[in-house]
Design a protein around this ligand. Structure first.
Ligand code: GLN
Length: 484
């Protein structure tokens, strides 16, 4: 088996014991990418020479960080000094934009010696649930290449599942870490809003965007979160709340805790195999000593509609900076400034981005602001209050990540609303700014991964990791690998 299939903690042990070098590990990931990525299409930029150079310089001893010498891949919306960053959009790809600085997360990972080996695919500017809106083409699901790997962090998820890297970075605005992790059978966490810094990561909807890792198991997520979380003077929305030593308390277990099952999540339309797998997982929680209680989140049914007003509104404002003047795509011989903007943006942006700019501009316009945007903000508060009430009775809430396993490529190509409904279980937590973890919990009859979502109150990442870790110790879903 390739070294690239190791977890962070397994690789770390071998590195510290000097059984392998960081360069061996980086080379194993490069070899794996060269072997399988033709079929998967996860990697959009290869920074292999620089990665190998850095790996050769990395010295590892017993005092090194657990991430020292560990290769990872980054969603192509993180700024990395000197590395082309395109958000998988022609507006930046056509005239390569390479940032002059590192996103805080990249800087923190560099500081502990982790090694960036390249960029991975995403839906254009992270708008989507299937990685089909990327200018580099769709990323395929390693379990079945006729299916999507989810989105928007489809590249980050597929790369982990296909062992092209040891871990990866994604972003989650409405589900983009959890849903792809669930579709490919890896783990991923959307942290509490404000837990990780958004500085240097291209914004989609700034009040909803979070950045977080995808990995092969919960322990690895905990290790990465320890390194990247915490206050950042460059992001005023990050919290000064202390970062717990997540990886040190994983084995605490969940005995005596109460797990909430929201009745609104087990509704018509949910795939019976998904429901069965999640109910089975709940039994595992019970066998580990947790109590189970039904909870109600009555405003769940408004979550998708609310999100698809608020998020495009913020998108319409964040996308305004891509005007072809400071960076990105340019056009020849414009008649005047307006003609220049129009052509740059018409040629540079894809269909989904344009759709959202239009919806957002409409919802924010003077005549409709009260009817849509303000109303949606109020509903957002009601959704958040549902969770606050529920967490008075339970410690965490478990549910499916998605209503179905990975869908076929092109299935929602002509129906954006059907695509938006894929986010039905991942959006409510976003409205409330709370963290949620996705862990593999089974397979469909046709061998597609199914995932469990564990959500908790703000700043409860430590508890989520303990619950996820306890579940992983009792099951082996997270160890299954696709054959490629
Ligand atoms: N699928 C959602 C959307 O298209 C989520 C995107 C995200 O989390 N970046 O908006």
């Amino acid at each position: 088996m390739s070294l690239s299939s190791l977890t962070i903690s397994e690789a770390g042990k071998k590195l510290r014991a000097k059984e392998i070098s960081s360069a061996d590990l980086v080379q194993a990931c490069i070899d794996r990418i060269e072997k399988v990525d033709g079929a998967i299409n996860a990697v959009v930029y290869k920074n292999f020479d620089r990665a190998l150079e850095e790996a050769k310089k990395t010295k590892i001893d017993t005092k090194s960080s657990p991430l020292a010498g560990i290769p990872y891949l980054t969603k192509d919306v993180y700024s990395e000094h000197g590395v082309p960053t395109t958000a998988c959009s022609n507006i930046l790809r056509n005239k390569t934009y390479a940032p002059a600085f590192d996103a805080t997360t990249i800087k923190r990972l560099k500081n502990v010696g982790a090694i960036s080996i390249g960029k991975v695919n995403t839906d254009e500017f992270t708008m989507g649930a299937s990685t089909e809106t990327s200018c580099y083409g769709v990323t395929k699901n390693p379990w079945d290449i006729t299916r999507v790997a989810g989105g928007s962090s489809g590249g980050s998820a597929a790369a982990v599942a296909a062992d092209e890297c040891i871990f990866s970075l994604g972003t989650d605005t409405g589900g983009s870490i959890r849903q792809p992790a669930g579709f490919v059978g890896c783990t991923g966490i959307r942290p509490t809003y404000g837990r990780t810094s958004r500085y240097g990561v291209m914004s989609m909807a700034s009040s909803l965007d979070t950045i977080g890792p995808l990995a092969k198991n919960v322990e690895d997520l905990a290790l990465v979160m320890e390194a990247i979380s915490g206050h950042d003077t460059f992001d005023g929305t990050t919290s000064k709340e202390a970062v717990p030593a997540y990886s040190k308390t994983l084995s605490k277990g969940i005995k005596g805790l109460t797990v909430g099952l929201p009745k609104e999540y087990f509704i018509k339309g949910i795939d019976p195999e998904v429901e069965a797998a999640v109910r089975e997982a709940v039994k595992v929680f019970e066998s580990l000593g947790a109590k189970v209680k039904e909870v109600t989140l009555p405003h769940t049914k408004y979550a998708v509609a609310t999100y698809y007003i608020l998020s495009p509104s913020e998108v319409s404002s964040n996308m305004a900076r891509y005007d072809g003047i400071r960076f990105g795509h340019t056009v020849e011989k414009p008649a005047n400034l307006i003609d220049y903007y129009e052509r740059v943006r018409s040629e540079g942006f894809g269909k989904e981005v344009k759709r959202r700019i239009m919806i957002g501009t409409y919802a924010l316009s003077a005549g409709y602001f009260d009817a849509y945007y303000r109303q949606a903000q109020k509903v957002r508060t009601l959704i958040a209050q549902d969770f606050t009430k529920a967490f008075k009775d339970v410690d965490m809430i478990v549910s499916p990540v998605s209503p179905t396993p990975a869908f076929t490529i092109g299935a929602h190509a002509n129906d954006p609303v059907a695509m938006y409904l894929e986010d039905v279980f991942t959006i409510p937590q976003v409205m409330a700014g709370i963290p949620a973890l996705a862990v593999p919990c089974g397979f469909s009859k046709n061998t597609l991964p199914i995932a469990l979502q564990i959500a908790g109150p703000q700043w409860s990442e430590e508890l989520l990791f303990q619950a996820g870790y306890a579940y992983e110790q009792a099951t082996d879903w997270h160890t299954k690998k696709p054959s490629l």
